[in-house]
Write a protein that binds this ligand. Structure first.
Ligand code: PHE
Length: 411
């Protein structure tokens, strides 16, 4: 656990029993990938912003939000798993690093903006592999209307629908509004249906803009799939996926904004929709970036390949050899073992030199009932070759720290 109070954007946050942010995470805060003009994350942000050209673009300055803003205000129940210390980063009991851009919804509605896009870095404790990183980027988009102006929607929907008919796009949408995914009692169902339709048209059109021109789909129309979902701050709610390289790729969550959320912002007379999408996942497929760590590379061979407004395929400068080391240990008897805590120590020691952490064996002793695990740590640099000696030093450090901090015993 940290020793000094956190100081972020000039503000001091006293420590308490919740404080769990390691230096390796704090060092990411100033990077601001989503505002570096040549960075794929920023390029993608700008393409989405130009698609929704009438929307306000917002970039919050600090990733620190209150637990109230990130969870309570949005209706997350007190026992929601996302709140756990093993899943989120806390400065202290009151403040945390946002886990999603929805943490800014109420604050932004309060500014009386009707349509906006908000892009930010978000933080979640997680496993280690080529598509998970504890810092990533989301974009929140919403469109709300005064309830007495909702009569513009049928005409808007007619236009959007005509535009979409011209696109080679297959939309699979078996979703139904019903008891599991209802309209809100505060809404006239006709209005709620128009808002939902506008949401669906707007996002289908965005997805076509992003994925529709790709060479991968030459001849074949793009396929988009709508799935019923649940979020505490929207209903009805959906997830949207796109068919890409032979599998469904999850793009975003969305829904009709809960009236309670708008009430809290003092705009209870309005209604509309919101979505939140993850930029890394989309950028990885559009720019052909094979490993999420590359976004954080400071190697000029990475960043020099991209320019604003353009989606170009990443050319790997070279793949350096991997080096793996296994680690077997007995789990603690008196405390619970969380894989995220293990991964965090690995990241803290090895940073971006660790590529994956895989569980390769899980064993319970038949007599003593004691449990052991074996993890394979794969080391590989994006920019150079690693020596076996240097990897051994890292592995030893990880070993020492997990024994000290997690109460486990090496086998
Ligand atoms: N914040 C949600 C997530 O991170 C996504 C979302 C945004 C869902 C807005 C609905 C509306 O998963």
């Amino acid at each position: 656990s940290p020793l000094q109070p956190y100081i972020i954007e000039g503000k001091t946050y006293p420590l308490d029993s919740f404080s769990n942010i390691p230096p390796s995470i704090l060092s990411k805060l100033p990077r601001s990938l989503h505002t570096q003009p040549n960075h794929p994350i920023s390029i993608l942000r700008q393409i989405i912003e130009s698609h929704f050209s009438t929307f306000n673009s917002i970039i919050p300055s600090s990733p620190v939000v209150t637990v109230h803003e990130n969870f309570d205000e949005l209706g997350f129940p007190p026992d929601h798993p996302g709140r756990a210390l093993t899943d989120s980063y806390y400065l202290n009991k009151e403040h945390m690093l946002r886990t999603h851009t929805s943490a800014h919804e109420v604050g932004t509605y309060r500014k009386d903006l009707n349509s906006w896009l908000l892009t930010a870095d978000v933080y979640r404790r997680d496993e280690i592999d080529s598509s998970h990183y504890p810092v990533f980027h989301q974009m929140e988009g919403t469109h709300i209307w005064s309830k007495d102006q909702l009569n513009v929607l049928p005409e808007l929907n007619r236009k959007l629908s005509m535009e979409l008919k011209k696109c080679p796009l297959i939309i699979e949408d078996p979703t139904k509004v019903g008891p599991n995914n209802p309209y809100q009692i505060e809404h006239d169902p006709v209005h709620a249906a128009e808002i939902t339709q506008h949401l669906k048209h707007s996002l289908n059109s965005l997805i076509f803009r992003l994925f529709g021109q790709s060479a991968t789909h030459e001849g074949e129309p793009l396929r988009v799939r709508w799935i019923e979902a649940f979020f505490p701050f929207t209903t009805p709610s959906y997830e949207v996926e796109v068919w890409w390289n032979g599998e469904w790729l999850e793009l975003l969550g969305c829904g009709v904004v809960m009236q309670r959320t708008l009430d809290q912002a003092g705009v209870g007379h309005k209604a509309g929709w919101a979505f939140g999408l993850g930029l890394e996942r989309i950028a990885m497929v559009l720019f052909d970036i094979p490993d999420i760590r590359l976004f954080w590379s400071t190697d000029p061979r990475f960043i020099s390949q991209f320019s604003p407004g353009q989606i170009t395929q990443f050319k790997p400068y070279s793949k350096y050899p991997p080096c793996y080391k296994d680690m077997s240990f007995w789990l603690p008897i008196s405390s619970v073992f969380h894989e995220n805590d293990f991964c965090e120590i690995v990241r803290d020691v090895a940073g971006d030199l660790v590529e994956t952490v895989e569980l390769i064996d899980d064993f319970t002793h038949p007599k003593t009932g004691r449990q052991s695990k074996c993890y394979r740590l794969n080391y590989r640099s994006m920019d150079r070759s690693l020596s076996n000696e240097e990897v051994n030093v890292l592995q030893d450090q990880v070993q020492r720290r997990v024994v000290q901090e997690m109460g486990i015993e090496m086998r």
